[in-house]
Design a protein around this ligand. Structure first.
Ligand code: PGA
Length: 254
C-alpha cells in the first residue's frame, strides 16, 4: 500500500496584513530549516489574495506551498471584485481551497457552483483542497454520512479517476470549526474510513489508497498528534491555531 505523507494546511481566512503575513512566513521557514522539521511532510499556507504573490516568492525553493482560499468559477470577465484561477496561475499559485463551510454559509456556494469551480481549477492544473462536513443539527440526527456522501457525489465524484488525483479532501464538521469543540478521534477516524471507502467504491483501490483525507475543526497543538495518528487521517486543515507561529510549529511537528 502506498504510504501517504502527512499534510498540514494553514487556513488564515481574512487575517493578517502584508507585514504580518511576510514576517510569519519568513520566521516559519527559518525555524523549519534550522530544525529540519518538514521532512516527509507537506506544509501549505493559505494567506489572503493580496499577499499570495509575495508569499509565493518568499517560499520559492523551500518545501512550503502557498494556496489560495477561493477562486471564481470562470477564468475572466465582468465579475467585479472576483479573482480567477487564470490570474493566480500567472503568479505561480497551484493550490486552492474550495467548498469551505464559510464559503458555503456566508457566500451561499452550493455544490453545483463548487463543481464549476472544480472544473476551472482542474483546467488550470490546480491541486484542490476540497472541504466537506455536516452541521450540528445534521450530526444530531445521525445524518453526517449521508451529508458527506452527497457533498462528494455532487462535486468531486463527478471527476474522472485521473482528475481526482489532484484532490485533498478535508473533513470539517461545521460545528467544530472555530468553536474549540472537536469531534472525537474515533468519530473522525470512522468518518475518514467512510470517505475512503466511498473513493474505493467509486474509483477502486489505488485511488482510495492515495487520496489524502485531512481533518479540520479546532485542531490545536495539544490535540493534533492524536488526530494525525488515526489510520485514515492524513493531516489537518488548521484555522485559528495556525495564526500563532509557535502553535503552528508544534502542530507541524505532531
Ligand atoms: P479552526 O478552522 O481550526 O479555527 O476550527 C478550521 C477551518 O476553518 O479550516
Amino acid at each position: 500500500m502506498r504510504k501517504r505523507k502527512k499534510v498540514v494546511i494553514a487556513n488564515w481566512k481574512m487575517n493578517y496584513d502584508f507585514y504580518e503575513t511576510t514576517s510569519f512566513i519568513r520566521n516559519f521557514l527559518k525555524i523549519v530549516f534550522e530544525r529540519k522539521i518538514n521532512h516527509n511532510k507537506e506544509i501549505i499556507i493559505a494567506p489572503s489574495f493580496p499577499f499570495l504573490h509575495i508569499s509565493n516568492q518568499i517560499s520559492q525553493g523551500t518545501t512550503l506551498n502557498i494556496a489560495a482560499q477561493n477562486i471564481h468559477h470562470t477564468d475572466k470577465g465582468s465579475y467585479t471584485g472576483e479573482v480567477s484561477s487564470y490570474m493566480l496561475k500567472s503568479i505561480g499559485i497551484q493550490k486552492v481551497i474550495l467548498g469551505h463551510s464559510e464559503r458555503r454559509e456566508f457566500f451561499l456556494e452550493k455544490n453545483n457552483l463548487l463543481f464549476e469551480k472544480i472544473k476551472i481549477a482542474l483546467k488550470y492544473n490546480f491541486n484542490i483542497i476540497f472541504c466537506v462536513g455536516e452541521s450540528f443539527l445534521e450530526r444530531s440526527k445521525n445524518k453526517q454520512f449521508e451529508i458527506v456522501k452527497s457533498q462528494l457525489e455532487e462535486t468531486v465524484f463527478r471527476c474522472t479517476s485521473d482528475e481526482v488525483k489532484s484532490f485533498y479532501i478535508a473533513y470539517e464538521p461545521i460545528w467544530a470549526i472555530g468553536t474549540g469543540k472537536t469531534a472525537t478521534f474515533e468519530e473522525v477516524q470512522i468518518m475518514h474510513e467512510f470517505i475512503r471507502s466511498l473513493f474505493f467504491d467509486k474509483y477502486g483501490e489505488s485511488v482510495s489508497n492515495r487520496i489524502y483525507i485531512l481533518y479540520g475543526g479546532s485542531i490545536n497543538d495539544l490535540n493534533a498528534k492524536d488526530f494525525f495518528s488515526q489510520k485514515d487521517v492524513d493531516g489537518g486543515l488548521v484555522g485559528n491555531s495556525s495564526l500563532k507561529l509557535d502553535k503552528f510549529l508544534r502542530i507541524v511537528q505532531s
